[in-house]
Ligand binder design. Structure first.
Ligand SMILES: Cc1cc2nc3c(=O)[nH]c(=O)nc-3n(C[C@H](O)[C@H](O)[C@H](O)COP(=O)(O)OP(=O)(O)OC[C@H]3O[C@@H](n4cnc5c(N)ncnc54)[C@H](O)[C@@H]3O)c2cc1C
Length: 395
């Protein structure tokens, strides 16, 4: 496994550092203070699109040679992880609010037909405006146990009729489309799952409510309902054949295994920000002269760096199409814990200044907790790992 970072990525990291200090961090602090996400019409998003961001990793019909539509090539995840970590260093909430197909993209790339990729990812190849995609699996009664989703899908002629409620879907109310998971028969468990692209404005999808969150306030996590929502049959991701091969749940899990290292490395970014805040304060106050403080700071740095390598390893395996369930879970279990330790140490070192509620460290402390919840909680990752350890069947 090659651990080098190529010159192009280093250059892009420099760009993110500049953007981070001038815009990403200030926008994150502002959203946190106001308690609401950055609105979709904010000029920041148009600026990002003009700067070439918010694009799909899908290669397009031409195989990715079109400018602005780079193919998701083997080994490319290193760059994605480096950039995601750096953006999260400046503000993870703002990073998730960036335009782009988001978590809806992996299932479309891995399961979608060529026509679906063209229709739904094509507009993200060279977007004319800020566009978002969204991913909705979680429901008020189904989070960790995704097999328990109750949103229903019933076919009637050339349409599917969806009913149910979804929650915590990132960027859902501003999205061009939402990848919605529903079941044709709850008694089938994961085998009954189907994924649909529900386009913005489809009658029956609505009642969007931005959730109140303790942290990461710069992006919207949104609940919504589906009431007799009629979705064209051609929006069933992968078509009927895909599910006839009993691949529904495997499709969802494949996308999780590609995205868990990405979410985990974002925690590393938040942890680095907390560590820097703690180290800076220690230097300013002379606390750094205490060997016990230096030892604790160094220990956190070591854990963050180890966690980053775990993320890179899990992503590298996915790049090469190798099984990475164990590695993705290890990375996802380890990185948020290291980052939480960094934020917690920062709160201790800053003492009452940290606890006052107007210092970055306090915001990072609230932001970082969600990283242990999203994309599978720490407990669930440990279940996955333990099953692998003793080779238990999955259920
Ligand atoms: C900031 C944020 C953003 C999110 N974004 C999205 C999104 O874009 N799209 C989306 O679909 N979802 C999203 N989610 C939802 C997220 O995936 C769920 O919150 C997560 O899967 C946990 O589900 P839950 O909250 O219902 O907790 P539950 O599943 O009810 O779990 C509650 C607690 O019990 C523990 N637990 C559950 N089962 C077990 C078990 N078998 N053994 C041991 N412990 C267990 C859990 O670890 C947790 O601590 C987001 C959540 C947050 C907080």
């Amino acid at each position: 496994m090659d651990l080098s970072i190529d010159a192009g990525t280093l250059q892009r990291l420099e760009g993110i550092r500049a953007l981070g200090a001038s815009q990403i961090r200030p926008l994150g602090l502002e959203a946190d203070r106001l308690g609401r996400p950055t609105p979709p019409e904010h000029p920041f998003f148009e600026m990002l699109v003009k700067a070439g961001m918010g694009r799909t990793r899908w290669g397009g019909e031409t195989g990715g040679t079109t400018p602005g539509a780079p193919r998701a090539k083997v080994g490319s995840s290193r760059t994605t992880l480096c950039l995601a970590e750096e953006m999260s260093y400046w503000d993870r909430g703002v990073a998730v609010s960036f335009p782009g197909p988001g978590l809806g993209e992996p299932p479309l790339i891995s399961m979608g037909t060529e026509d679906q990729k063209r229709r739904f990812l094509g507009p993200f190849a060279d977007p004319d405006r800020a566009r978002w995609g969204s991913f909705a699996m979680t429901e008020p009664g189904a989070g960790s146990d995704v097999a328990g989703i109750r949103a229903s899908a019933r076919r009637e002629g050339n349409v599917w009729i969806l009913n149910g409620a979804k929650s915590f879907a990132a960027n859902a109310s501003r999205a061009d489309w939402i990848v919605v998971w529903a079941t044709v028969d709850p008694s089938l468990g994961r085998e009954g799952h189907r994924a649909f692209v529900v386009e913005n404005g489809t009658p029956g999808v609505g009642d969007f409510q931005v959730e109140r969150k303790m942290g990461l306030k710069a992006y919207e996590s949104t609940s919504f309902s589906l009431v007799d929502c009629r979705v064209p049959a051609e929006n069933l991701i992968g078509g009927e054949e895909h599910y006839a091969r009993r691949a529904g749940f495997k499709g969802a899990m494949r996308s999780f295994n590609a995205t868990r290292p990405l979410v985990a490395v974002m925690a590393v970014g938040i942890g680095r920000a907390a560590l820097d805040a703690a180290a800076e304060f220690s230097e300013q106050t002379g606390l750094i002269g205490d060997q016990r403080i230096r030892d604790r700071l160094e220990r956190v740095r070591r854990k963050l760096r180890s966690a980053r390598l775990l993320c890179w390893r899990a992503a590298w395996l996915a790049d090469y199409g190798r099984p990475n369930i164990l590695e993705a879970s290890i990375a996802k279990a380890a990185a948020p814990m290291a980052a939480l330790e960094a934020a917690s140490l920062g709160m201790e070192i800053l003492g009452e200044i940290g606890g006052r509620g107007d210092h970055l460290i306090e915001k990072l402390y609230r932001d970082v907790k969600a990283m242990d919840i999203v994309e599978g909680t720490g407990q669930v990752q440990r279940l996955v790992m333990a099953r692998q350890l003793v080779q238990l069947p999955r259920d």
